[in-house]
Design a protein around this ligand. Structure first.
Ligand code: SF4
Length: 300
């Protein structure tokens, strides 16, 4: 396999654990405070309400075993990290959270835990619980940022500010917990310079990982209604990859790139159509980075 021009998750896991590790995406049935009214109503304008691939009608164990069996066929010696991906996975009473996290850590061949959540869904007790878990196993917390501009966060109905995000990351890092940040490129009315600025902000946070996403519009979202009315411009494949290249050049070399591009649900996708075909797009990105000799952190 050719060497990557960025620090990939696969490489990071191999160095950290010494063997193949796969994340298993699960849905524990949590809600989101940005949908149920405790922080906001309606959620982020791009949210399709069903992020994640776990089937919440199955128990966590059943979901885990289903995915694990499939992965085992390809990687018979792999170990696993359960990934609570759908909605806000710290949004519950701390006792309930402990029960769920400990259940997941008890599954066979598990070497860590990954929890996706919002920066405003923590209490002191929850931070304490996460710190305790982090002392026993490998824990990473995924936080949606999307943009480092408050006006964009407001437009997206994120329900939090950049300052709140910074405070949350500081608290997690103070407790030595790994943090992975999500950013979205191609948000309506954001310029290329703003997308690069977001990466500079990410560099300032001392986080351990990043996931890059291209904005896509899915049926049933507030964004789809807005697109219908305003027909704002979406990035082409070439534009996305060129901007991503610039962001990677700016990104701190120590940050692990968990994702270069997200894949939509093709059945619900309205635009951009070029996102259909995950592997075709990923190959295109890898080729672009190699052909243009773009290396992570070379312009930081
Ligand atoms: S925080 Fe996540 S789950 Fe909640 S509305 Fe936004 S994207 Fe959806």
């Amino acid at each position: 396999m050719k060497e990557k021009n960025y620090k990939s998750l696969d490489e990071f896991y191999k160095k950290k654990f010494g063997f193949k590790v796969c994340k298993v995406s699960l849905d524990a049935g949590f809600d989101c405070p940005n949908k149920d009214g405790s922080k906001g109503f309606g959620g982020c304008i791009f949210c399709n309400g069903s992020i994640g691939i776990g089937d919440k009608d199955l128990s966590l164990k059943e979901q885990f075993m289903q995915v694990k069996d499939t992965l085992y066929k390809k990687w018979p010696n792999a170990k696993f990290i359960p990934f609570l991906e759908a909605n806000t996975n710290t949004y519950a009473d701390v006792k309930e959270l402990r029960k769920i996290y400990e259940e997941l850590l008890d599954f066979d061949e598990v070497v860590g835990l990954c929890i996706s959540t919002r920066c405003d869904a923590f209490t002191g007790e929850i931070y304490d619980l996460l710190e305790e878990i982090n002392q026993k196993t490998y824990l990473s917390i995924e936080l949606g940022l999307q943009s480092s501009f408050d006006e964009t966060l407001k437009f997206l109905n994120r329900g939090h500010t950049v300052d709140e995000f910074t405070s949350c990351v500081r608290e997690l890092r103070r407790r030595k917990i790994d943090v992975v940040v999500h950013v979205i490129n191609g948000l309506p009315y954001e310029t290329e310079e703003m997308m690069i600025e977001t990466i500079k902000y990410v560099n300032s946070l001392n986080v351990q990982g990043i996931k890059f996403h291209m904005l896509f519009i899915e049926e049933g979202t507030a964004l789809a209604e807005l697109y219908d009315r305003e027909h704002f411009t979406l990035l082409s494949q070439e534009e996305y990859v060129r901007i991503l290249g610039k962001q990677l050049e700016m990104l701190d070399k120590a940050v692990v790139v968990h994702r270069l591009l997200s894949g939509p649900d093709n059945k619900k996708l309205i635009e951009p159509k070029w996102l259909v075909g995950k592997f075709k797009n990923l190959n295109y990105i890898e080729m672009f980075l190699r052909d243009h000799n773009i290396k992570q952190g070379q312009k930081k």
